[in-house]
Design a protein around this ligand. Structure first.
Ligand SMILES: [Fe+2]
Ligand SMILES: [Fe+2]
Length: 264
């Protein structure tokens, strides 16, 4: 079959497919174009509602003669050899508006640099990694590089945002009513975390994350990352080896975000 006939045949195949079959087909085409085989982790499949994984042997017979990707994924923006937090903001964070707007609010309110940093980084797990329990993940990601006040506040905002504190100007967000329905009740582990957070010496900082969390996102508001460069420089211990290569307790998390399709 010549290239034109093949393309026509391909059109015919795709036109008879359902939308999700077409997506799989396109993904497969793209995989054949890549030099190395990139693989999805089980977590990615679980998130698609499937308890599945592809074994190495099966994948190699599907893509004969190809090795598995063991480093950067060519489909993603290239990261520098020694990436900084700002490089992750630019190359890996899927959305930064919410973080920048929250940081800008805290800055405008005149809070300390630690509070501003906590607001700026409070949802980094959501924008780079995972939604479920994002406060815990985000806190672990940054704990080796920031003051305990910042990481603890981020961990506790996971629970605090579900509980009002009128004395600090925080009411239950209307957005949550809209998102989770009026009947949603935080699970027992969140209630327990909330009780512990109330007794924490970092309660106020964590509560300020909730207060400055922008629930009504303004897609038109423009805040530049540059506005926070000095605060990050003074309060985030950038490892000289690059974030991910520094052998800290969370370096592997940054590497996973850098190279999410590494085979092992
Ligand atoms: Fe959050
Ligand atoms: Fe948030």
């Amino acid at each position: 079959m010549g290239p034109q006939a093949a393309a026509k045949n391909d059109d015919k195949i795709t036109s008879q497919m359902t939308l999700s079959e077409r997506a799989d087909h396109l993904e497969e085409q793209m995989m054949h174009d890549l030099e190395r085989v990139v693989t999805k982790s089980v977590l990615a499949n679980l998130m698609d509602g499937r308890v599945e994984m592809s074994g190495g042997a099966a994948l190699q017979s599907k893509y004969p003669g190809k090795y598995f990707n063991m480093g950067e994924d060519p489909r993603l923006p290239k990261m520098p050899d020694k990436p900084t937090l700002l490089d992750y903001f630019k190359c890996r964070f899927a959305s930064t508006n919410h973080l920048l707007q929250s940081g800008a609010l805290a800055l405008k309110a005149g809070h300390s640099e630690k509070v501003v940093l906590a607001c700026l980084l409070h949802d980094i797990a959501v924008v780079s990694f995972i939604r479920c329990d994002h406060g815990y993940w985000g806190a672990q990601m940054i704990a080796p590089y920031v003051d305990e006040e910042v990481s603890e506040a981020i961990r506790m905002h996971q629970a605090l945002r579900f509980f009002p504190d009128e004395s600090m100007g925080y009411k239950y967000p209307d957005m949550y009513l809209k998102y989770f329905g009026p009947d949603y009740k935080p699970e027992p582990y969140i209630v327990e975390e909330y009780k512990r957070a109330r007794d924490s010496k970092y309660y106020e900082t964590s509560r300020l994350i909730c207060v400055n969390d922008v629930y009504a996102f303004d897609p038109n508001a423009q805040v530049n990352l540059e506005a926070f460069e000095d605060i990050i420089g003074r309060n985030f211990k950038q490892p000289k080896e690059g974030l991910g290569w520094d052998n800290s307790p969370s370096a592997h998390m940054w590497r996973t975000i850098m190279w999410p399709t590494r085979f092992l």
